[in-house]
Design a binder for this molecule. Structure first.
Ligand SMILES: NC(=O)c1ccc[n+]([C@@H]2O[C@H](COP(=O)([O-])OP(=O)(O)OC[C@H]3O[C@@H](n4cnc5c(N)ncnc54)[C@H](O)[C@@H]3O)[C@@H](O)[C@H]2O)c1
Length: 253
């Protein structure tokens, strides 16, 4: 089947947190659709492996070490991208999640934990989007895709600031879509459900798997193909949306 509307050949995409997990899946799916990829990760070893796998797909790729919570590093990421590839077409704000310290009961969240979780999951998306938008506005085209979470839609007992941050991502997505639309820049988000990407509690995973109407947990590719849709011209009249990719897993505590 030949579907040129999904073709991303020649487009340049930054994927934050592309070293592993969902971010790596997004890098490989965008590369399969034809895009060249900048892997923006804090950890360089995993990013280098993602770059290698993208290159075997026949696309260009570089890793740029970036902490997405630091504006100077994000500026460097965007500047280097334009220097090397001449354009920035797609930004996928994927880096995020919770550290062990962030996973404490709501009443035990300290100011320090709160700030760290909001920085990683909300401030980072503000910084990357606003800095990338400056380049995209000049180009009069661009595409921003934010990775939210099903925790935006339910009490986030595992990490209160994480859920609050992801709910904030959904709102930021609408605002950015509104202000960037006139520059031909679309902004959408994807809210994944449970997608095992690291060590986790097997019992909890099994409970979630059973509660999901589709009878399985998500895999990075489930999220990645939705990113390809938002990144491509197939979604050219879609902006300001949050798409749940979660197998309709119930949003209950
Ligand atoms: N896995 C899930 O079940 C799930 C569910 C809903 C939403 N999400 C969201 O999907 C995204 C990816 O999740 P994942 O499970 O693949 O995560 P992960 O922990 O497996 O990978 C995260 C990647 O981001 C990088 N990273 C972390 N902090 C960074 C920083 N400050 N700057 C740059 N890079 C950084 C890490 O090095 C790693 O490569 C996150 O935004 C997460 O909140 C995940």
């Amino acid at each position: 089947m030949n579907l040129p509307v999904f073709d991303l050949t020649g487009r340049t995409a930054i994927v934050t947190g592309g070293g592993r997990g969902i971010g790596k899946g997004i890098c490989l799916a965008l590369a399969q659709a034809g895009a060249n990829i900048i892997v923006a990760n804090r950890d360089t070893a995993t990013a280098a492996e993602t770059v290698r796998e993208i290159e075997t797909l026949g696309r260009k790729s570089i890793a740029i070490q970036t902490d997405v919570c630091q504006s100077a590093q994000v500026e460097n990421l965007v500047n280097k991208t334009v220097e090397v590839f001449g354009t920035l077409d797609i930004l996928v704000n994927n880096a995020g999640g919770t550290t062990k310290e962030m996973r404490v009961p709501p009443l035990q969240v300290t100011e320090e934990i709160w700030d760290a979780a909001i920085d990683l999951n909300l401030k980072s998306i503000f910084l990357c989007s606003q800095i990338a938008a400056k380049t995209m506005i000049q180009q009069k085209k661009g595409n921003i895709i934010n990775i939210s979470s099903w925790y935006a839609y339910m009490p986030s007992l595992v990490s209160m600031p994480y859920g609050a941050a992801k709910a904030g991502v959904n709102n930021l997505t609408q605002t950015m879509a509104h202000v960037l639309g006139p520059y031909n820049i679309r902004v959408n988000a994807i809210a994944p459900g449970a997608v095992p990407t690291g060590p986790g509690d097997p019992e909890m995973r099994e409970r979630r798997r059973k509660s999901c109407p589709l009878g399985r947990l998500g895999v990075p590719e489930d999220i990645a193909w939705a990113v390809v849709y938002f990144a491509s011209d197939a979604s050219s009249y879609v902006t300001g949306q949050v798409l749940s990719v979660d197998g309709a897993i119930p949003k209950i505590v």
